[in-house]
Structures are given as structure tokens and as C-alpha cells.
Design a protein around this ligand. Sequence first.
Ligand SMILES: Nc1ncnc2c1ncn2[C@@H]1O[C@H](COP(=O)(O)OP(=O)(O)OP(=O)(O)O)[C@@H](O)[C@H]1O
Ligand SMILES: [Mg+2]
Length: 257
Amino acid sequence: MAEKEPLFVLEGVGYRVEGARILEDISLALEEGLIHALLGFNGAGKTTLLRILNLLIRPTEGRVFFLGQDATSGSNDLLESRRKMVLVSQDPLLFSGTVFSNVAKGLRFRGIGRAKTAKRVREAIEFVSLAGFEDRGVHTLSGGEARKVALARALVLRPRALLLDEPTISLDPESIKELEDLVRRINRDFRTTVFMVTHDLAQATRMAASFLFIHQGRIIETWRAGDEKGGLRYEQTRRYLFGGPENGPAQEGKTGS
Ligand SMILES: Nc1ncnc2c1ncn2[C@@H]1O[C@H](COP(=O)(O)OP(=O)(O)OP(=O)(O)O)[C@@H](O)[C@H]1O
Ligand SMILES: [Mg+2]
């Protein structure tokens, strides 16, 4: 069988602002259809990398390919690519108005007719278990409900990629489970590739098939679910995952600094 083309390919991506190196020499290929978890200490560059994947910011070095198209060439129209992915940040920006109008918003921008919009919006609201909330003002929602609205808004657009920046931060344990389940269903039912940043290791382990660890702006290690038991090479990754090299499985690997 032919190798599937990765959804994203990054080649030597770097990002600098005002002389500060935020990202450095990142090369990776993200397989379509999986849930990928991006882990790393505060300030490592996770949110910046998400914004680069989302084509919100252009790297200052290297190239980003989305669905085989070079998004960094300058000549390609990024709007079409941007429409195929959705970024949900930890504090999703909801527009004023109702749950229904928020979920419908993206479709209106894409010029989809009224009847079809209404149908899709109701389905999405149901999918995230918010049926009955259609006419609620979004400012009356709890944090967990607002996060679900953001996911419903993403869902109606049928994105190829869902980029999540700490999606369950400050949610209670039940809401966390619900949101995790929802993201998993989106991944499974719509084959949406998920790329999520989380500091919740148990969550990453529950959800992701593929892991990337970023340290000081570099992806120093990637692994598949289960492989971390035997194979982590870098002391920093072990420190993040296990709380210190002494707590991790015995290794002879590099320190990676
Ligand atoms: N526009 C900017 N100008 C200067 N520094 C920036 C800019 N954007 C990000 N940084 C710096 O780049 C580093 C990476 O930031 P980023 O937000 O990507 O980290 P993060 O891994 O998401 O961290 P956290 O886990 O705390 O959310 C930080 O040190 C941040 O201060
Ligand atoms: Mg961040």
C-alpha cells in the first residue's frame, strides 16, 4: 500500500521575533487521522507552533506544507487551507449572541445556504450534547459549555485538522472526560486529525497515538503510544513525563541539551 501523504509537513521551521528564537529547526510530518499530543514545559513554544500550523503566523525560516501545498511560498492562497483547519484556544473566543448564532458563524462566512446551515448547526450542537442550549446567550455559559460551543463551531466546518491549545484547562473532572470523549468522537467519526497541546499527561496518554516533545523551541523527541516505556532518549522528556531522570526507566540516552 502506498504511504499516506502526511497532513502537515514542516521542514526546518524556525521562528524569531525581535532577535529572540522561539522555534528552531523543526522538521516533522504529521500523519492524518491520528490524535497527536504536543508536550513541553511552559514557554517551550507550543502555542507558537500551533499558530504556525494554523497558518496564522508565517515562520521566519523553513517551510510548512499542508495537504502537500507549500503554505510558506507566499504565492499560494492560504484562505482555502485555513478553512480546512480550526484552532480552539484555551479561552475560546465566542462572539456575542446565542449558541446557535455562534455555531452558525463559520458557515455563514463560507457562503452555505440557510436551510443547510440550520441543519448542520443543530446536528453539531447535538453532537456536543448541548441540545436545548440553542437560544442561550453565550455569556451565560459555563467554561465547559463554552468550550463545547467552540468545538461545535469547529465541527460544522468539517475541518481536516483540529488544533487544540490546552482544551480542558480549568474544567472539572467530569467535564474533562466529556470533552475528551467529544474530541475522540470527532476524530473517529469525521476522521479529523487532532493536534493537541496539553499539560495533562494522563489525558495525553488516554487520547493520543502520537507524541511530540518540544524543548526550548525544538522538537527533541517524538514517539508512538506505549513506546515511551522503553525508548525515550532525552533527559528533558523523561523529566517532563516522569518528574526526573531518576524516576524514569533506566536509559543510556543523550541529555539532549
Ligand atoms: N511575539 C512574541 N514576542 C516575544 N516573545 C514571544 C512572542 N511570542 C512568544 N514569545 C515567547 O516565546 C516562548 C514560547 O511561547 P509559547 O506561547 O509558544 O509557549 P508555550 O509552550 O505555549 O507555553 P505555555 O505552556 O506556558 O502555554 C515564550 O518564552 C514566549 O515568551
Ligand atoms: Mg501556550
